[in-house]
Design a protein. Structure first.
Length: 143
């Protein structure tokens, strides 16, 4: 009799697992927080950066760069990625700001791939929802 009860319990368990697996679409989605990776560079901080500034003047404003290339010590890359996890209809954001130096002095700012970072409420900081460089046809930083 015990053997028969064990088989019945196993069949009942398998049936229950099958029902739960088949009905998985109606189960609520778990909360998945959005990911923010890299350097968050706000537009007002970017506008403080001017050609001729030194690396030591830029670091307190923008922080240390996310990427440093040992083969190109004169180039700082500030990379930012926003990955929405809970909302499938929202696109991810990738942004890059590149600063070029001669010695310690800033000589070029490439913000063609810069996009304003997301705020805590999931909205872009600027009204248009894009960085200045992409909308201006490139070279959005006026230097």
């Amino acid at each position: 009799m015990s053997h028969r009860n064990n088989i019945f319990r196993l069949i009942l368990l398998l049936f229950f697992l099958f029902v739960v697996a088949a009905c998985e679409t109606w189960l609520p989605d778990p909360h998945r927080p959005d990911y923010t990776l890299g350097n968050v560079i706000k537009r007002d901080a970017l506008e403080q950066i001017q050609l001729g500034m030194t690396q030591s003047e830029i670091t307190p404003i923008l922080g240390s760069p996310m990427l440093t290339d040992p083969f190109h010590a004169n180039r700082w890359d500030y990379v930012y990625r926003y990955l929405p996890r809970g909302r499938t209809n929202e696109a991810q954001i990738e942004s890059r700001l590149t600063l070029f130096f001669e010695g310690e002095v800033l000589v070029k700012i490439d913000d063609t791939d810069y996009k304003e970072p997301k705020t805590t409420d999931g909205k872009l900081d600027d009204d248009e929802g894009h960085g200045g460089a992409a909308s201006a046809g490139g070279g959005g930083h006026s230097h």
